[in-house]
Design a protein around this ligand. Structure first.
Ligand SMILES: C[S@@+](CC[C@H](N)C(=O)[O-])C[C@H]1O[C@@H](n2cnc3c(N)ncnc32)[C@H](O)[C@@H]1O
Length: 187
């Protein structure tokens, strides 16, 4: 009999989580414009880190940091300051909790369109095609020369990539685009 109650409680918990997930995704749709809370696979994060060579003290911004896994990976590998913007409350709290104890990470519950991104040495994003043109304009006006931009899955219109990688994985091989601001080929 006790097992039936445990199973019922588990199902109720899962159901409640699904409801909270759906509400938090739908509530922020006007801001995310389709970029749902979906995390980048570890194999893709490692491919990004392997393609970069950063110095301690540089600043990495993740525009829509989800559960913060990209921030933790950058901070641990390079000792950089990793800052994430996240508007989905569920993702934000998950990121805060999972990042407890990891140094040099800041997570802001904020719409990145309202933020000034000029402190970035590296921008990372995994957004949605509908916002990429608008993002190009924002990055062009705010980033300093030499800033690296890494865009998962979707290209930035108007920028020419310095590099495109396809991680070696049957399920996670979508392109990852690398740009450098003011590089002659990218502007
Ligand atoms: C596809 S997920 C990527 C998460 C994380 N960057 C990763 O690679 O694992 C996109 C995230 O961006 C967030 N997002 C989209 N638009 C945003 C905005 N304007 N301000 C803050 N966060 C935003 C979404 O809530 C979502 O969690």
């Amino acid at each position: 009999m006790i097992w039936i109650w445990i199973l019922l409680l588990l199902f109720a918990g899962l159901f409640a989580f699904k409801i909270i997930y759906t509400i938090s995704v739908v509530a922020v749709l006007p801001y995310t414009q389709g970029a749902l809370f979906v995390s980048t696979a570890g194999v893709r994060i490692n491919a990004i880190l392997d393609a970069l060579n950063l110095n301690q003290g540089q600043t990495v911004l993740d525009l829509g940091c989800g559960d913060g896994r990209m921030l933790r990976a950058f901070a641990r590998r390079f000792g950089v300051n990793a800052i994430g913007y996240e508007i989905n409350p569920l993702a934000y709290f998950k990121a805060r909790i999972k990042s407890l104890g990891t140094r040099r990470i800041r997570i802001r519950w904020q719409n990145f369109w309202m933020a000034n991104l000029s402190e970035a040495d590296v921008i990372v994003c995994y957004l949605f095609p509908d916002v990429m043109s608008k993002l190009t304009a924002k990055l062009r006006s705010e980033l300093h020369p030499g800033t690296i931009i890494v865009s998962c899955n979707f290209a930035l219109p108007g920028f020419v990539p310095q590099n495109i990688i396809y991680p070696k994985s049957s399920r996670h091989s979508d392109p990852i685009y690398f740009y450098r601001v003011n590089d002659k080929r990218s502007s």
